[in-house]
Every structure is written in C-alpha cells, then in structure tokens.
Write a protein that binds this ligand. Structure first.
Ligand SMILES: Cc1cc2nc3c(=O)[nH]c(=O)nc-3n(C[C@H](O)[C@H](O)[C@H](O)COP(=O)(O)O)c2cc1C
Length: 198
C-alpha cells in the first residue's frame, strides 16, 4: 500500500476528542494553510476561505451552536443535542470552511457558458479541500469529525468573527486528540461500484 493510501485509510470520523494535540497552534495553522493552498479549484479560482478557531474561540462556536439550536430542538431531545455539542467543544479546535461567493458570481458572469457549473465546482473544491485537511491532520494523529450546522449558525458566526458577507459557510471540521478510535469501516461490494474496461 502506498503512503498516500495509508494516509487516506488513517482519516476517519473521530467523535471522542480531547484537547491535547501533538502539534502547536502555529504548526496546525501552517499545515492548514499549506493544504488549502495546494487543493485544486476550478480555473484556479481559489474560492476556499478558512477560519481556524482554537480553545476559547472554538468553545464559543459550540456555545453559539447550542444557543441557535435550542429554539429549534424539541425539549426532550435537547439534552442529547447538548451532549453532542459538548463532545465537540472538548476538542482542541474547529476549522470553518467557507466559499467566496463573489468569486463564483464573477466567474459565472465571465464565462456564461459554464455559469451553472461554477457553484457546483465551488462545492466540489470545498469538499476536496476539507478532505485534504482532514487527512493531513490524521497524519499527525489529530482526530477530526465534519459537521454542518450551517446555515443555522451563519449569522452569529459572521458577527462573532467578522466574516465578510460574501463568504458562505460550508462545513465545520472539529479536531483534537483521539480519545477512542473509529469502529471498523464497512464497505459496499466493489462489483457494484467499479467497472473496468479495456
Ligand atoms: C460531505 C460529507 C458530509 C458529512 N456530514 C457529516 C455531518 O454533518 N455530521 C457528521 O457527524 N458526520 C458527517 N460526515 C462524516 C461521514 O458520516 C463519515 O465520513 C462516513 O460515515 C464515513 O466514516 P469515516 O469518516 O470514518 O470514514 C460527512 C461526510 C461527508 C463526506
């Protein structure tokens, strides 16, 4: 197996997170920057925008999420929601992935023939960037899980961290030390998934 495939296998959804990680905040930040910059975008449009929240800011995000979800969650279900959010807050940080929609809009105007594709490509670029960062963190034994509390938290997040109006929140990657490993993964049959011809 190549080191690359090994790294892909090593990336899992880790939900039991702690806040003692092997890298410094500077090292994590610089790793994220490098990985994001090396992740491809359509027309090299570089639509990804990233906000890294550590410690207090990270906890603030999960407080904001709890406040936003409270009026939307049935009272009986809320303790479960709270427990889940607390498990995220127990991590070291959260990476917020945005897409710059001004760039997407400009591209749509500039290349009318592909207008419908640019929002799709923006989503694809965001997804592959998230996966790359997730895999890169796993290489350093930092666990992570991917959350999507957008759009419920968008307004408060924008207010708290001065997010430009044209940045659209697409995902929240929570990370930290690995409390317990992911269970063994199940895979569908290759025959139902891959065709090879020559
Ligand atoms: C596009 C996408 C969206 C996802 N959204 C969520 C999510 O909102 N909450 C969550 O806990 N996991 C989410 N996941 C994680 C998947 O459930 C997980 O990757 C999948 O079950 C495979 O497990 P693994 O990550 O351990 O390989 C998402 C994954 C992807 C790729």
């Amino acid at each position: 197996m190549t080191q690359f495939v090994e790294a892909l296998k090593n990336r899992r959804s880790i939900y039991a997170l702690g806040n003692e990680v092997s890298l410094t905040e500077e090292e994590i930040t610089s790793l994220i920057k490098e990985v994001v910059k090396e992740s491809p975008t359509s027309f090299n449009s570089q639509t990804q925008r990233v906000v890294v929240l550590f410690d207090g800011a990270h906890k603030k995000l999960w407080d904001i999420t709890e406040e936003a979800l409270k009026p939307l969650t049935p009272e009986k279900a809320f303790p479960n929601t709270q427990a889940k959010l607390q498990s995220f807050a127990a991590g070291k940080g959260t990476i917020l992935f945005f897409e710059d929609m001004d760039i997407v809009k400009n591209l749509q105007e500039q290349f009318a023939l592909y207008a419908d594709n640019f929002p799709v490509w923006s989503e694809q670029a965001s997804g592959l960037t998230q996966a790359n960062v997730w895999t890169a963190l796993a290489e350093h034994n930092i666990g992570a899980n991917l959350q999507h509390y957008n759009p419920v938290i968008d307004e408060e997040v924008a207010k708290e961290w001065n997010i430009p109006a044209n940045w659209k929140l697409r995902g929240q990657l929570v990370f930290g030390s690995i409390g317990s490993q992911a269970p063994e993964k199940e895979y569908m049959n290759d025959e139902d998934r891959f065709f090879v011809y020559k």
